[in-house]
Design a protein around this ligand. Structure first.
Ligand code: GLC
Length: 476
């Protein structure tokens, strides 16, 4: 039996701000299909979580956590959901706040969480052989696992979901946060700052990221956010494993949010579209394809490219809907477009899971021209809902979307290479042209109905990685 403990700052269905939560939520479910794996998950207990979850948690124990010279309490809770055991660390000072991130002391909050995870190992009825951390919030837990060896021979895996966020603090807090010799500063420090992500990259036995292409990209300065030297140094321990999605969760045949359920019938997609446009007040126009964007409205998602060319593309016979919230610059831009093109465009500046799914079901094209994209889950969800992705060839987008080739009839979307607005516009025109060529459109649509990105193969690769870290069990 491989005992694995996931450490993360978010996990669906308990608490979610992005794709990280989907992965931490669904990967253990798939890993448990392999009987050799026992995966459990430890998370902070945020005030923000629904009462319903909190009321189902069982209190286990209270213990002290030393953060440098200070002592903070931790209350450990547990909950079993879908046959997975979850642990939650509660502390009023750090986690009884609105939302989950965005505080001036986020660095300290997750240093506390990391210390608490290491301490919690002594109080759980579970002895992990592998501690598997996700993103910067857990970087210090990986470092401390290696430095303090709380469990003999425990190994560590660290997954980068997004290298842009690193958890950076002034280095002189080292003495405030750790009772460790100064020789440990260098492993946690980068460019004169304490850096939680770097600490994990330095200390983890194995490093993974969420697509093979991103694993290559982050060794280069354009994508590495300054960390390429350390990733190049550790490249033999770095692998990319593509994320999957939960096929049961994202299934147009059963999704209760949809107006009309369907397997692949385009007519039924159309019915969803008519109802949705009625609901949001965008007049439905037969024969003009619907292009959508569903995302956090942030620069990463390539929205500056969209800004450059959207009005030009709106001259064509198309409709456009955006759903999401984020930076005021983009919220303002899309609202303005919607008010100036009331018959062609709508901007839903909100985040609503049900509307998101109705949009996936309604659209003909899903636009995701990201500047960088470690994996990206939305393009996979789009495929599930039979909506054609248009992406920039980067990270996981490159690894999951193959541009449609009219000569061979292969491919499951459209893509462009350079981070350039006119290249995007060009591929948009091309998508429209193909939409109006029935034979080719038919072929492309047929291709995507066959496409599946489940967790199966990816989970197999994680198991192989865990196995490579653990000594063979000798029976006898
Ligand atoms: C981050 C990345 C996204 C990835 C997700 C899950 O949100 O930006 O590309 O799909 O993590 O790994």
């Amino acid at each position: 039996m491989n005992n694995i403990l996931f450490v993360a700052s978010e996990c669906a269905p308990f608490i979610k701000t992005g794709g990280l939560a989907d992965v931490v939520g669904s990967l253990p479910q798939e890993l448990k299909q392999n009987e050799k794996q026992e995966v459990r998950v430890i998370l902070p207990l945020y005030d923000e979580m629904d009462e319903e979850w909190k009321s189902r948690m069982e209190y286990l124990v209270t213990f002290d956590v030393e953060i440098g010279w200070r002592i903070q309490e931790a209350h450990l809770f547990t909950l079993t959901y879908n046959q997975i055991t979850y642990y939650f660390i509660s502390n009023d000072f750090y986690f009884t706040r609105k939302g989950i991130y965005g505080y001036y002391d986020d660095g300290e909050r997750f240093v506390y969480f990391s210390h608490a995870v290491i301490e919690a190992l002594k109080h759980m009825d579970f002895r992990p052989q592998i501690l598997h951390g996700h993103d910067w919030q857990t970087g210090i837990a990986i470092a401390l696992a290696n430095i303090k060896q709380p469990i003999k021979d425990m190994k560590t895996v660290f997954t980068i979901h997004n290298i842009k966020y690193q958890g950076v603090m002034p280095v002189d807090i080292f003495e405030d946060f750790f009772q460790l010799g100064r020789e440990h500063i260098s492993g946690m420090e980068w460019n004169g700052m304490l850096n939680c992500l770097k600490a994990a990259l330095f200390h983890a036995d194995k490093i993974t990221t969420v697509s093979p292409s991103y694993a290559e990209e982050i060794k280069e300065p354009f994508y590495s956010e300054g960390l390429d030297p350390i990733l190049s140094e550790r490249s033999k321990d770095l692998i990319g494993i593509i994320n999957g999605i939960d096929m049961k969760e994202y299934n147009p045949v059963t999704d209760p949010s949809l107006f009309v359920n369907y397997r692949s019938a385009r007519l039924k997609k159309r019915e969803n579209r008519i109802k949705l446009q009625q609901k949001i007040g965008l007049p439905y126009k037969e024969d003009s394809p619907l292009y959508v964007i569903i995302t956090r409205l942030v620069e990463q998602k390539g929205l500056h490219l969209v800004q450059h060319i959207l009005e030009e593309f709106l001259n064509e016979d198309i409709q456009f809907i955006v759903l999401g919230t984020g930076e005021p610059e983009f919220e303002g831009y899309f609202s303005d477009i919607a008010s100036r093109y009331p018959d062609k465009a709508a901007a839903l500046i909100t985040f609503d899971e049900a509307i998101a799914r109705q949009l996936y079901a309604s659209a003909d094209f899903f636009l995701m021209p990201s500047k960088f994209e470690p994996c990206g889950l939305s393009q996979l969800i789009a495929l599930q809902y039979k909506t054609i992705p248009i992406v920039r060839e980067t990270g996981g987008l490159k690894d999951t979307i193959t541009p449609f080739n009219v000569l061979t009839g292969e491919g499951n979307g459209f893509s462009f290479t350079n981070y350039n607005a006119h290249d995007l516009l060009h591929v948009l025109y091309y998508s429209l042209e193909l939409y109006n060529r029935p034979d080719e459109w038919q072929q492309l649509y047929k291709n995507i109905t066959k496409n599946q990105f489940s967790w199966k193969e990816s989970a197999r690769q994680y198991v192989a990685l865990y196995d490579s870290l653990l000594p063979e069990l000798i029976y006898g």
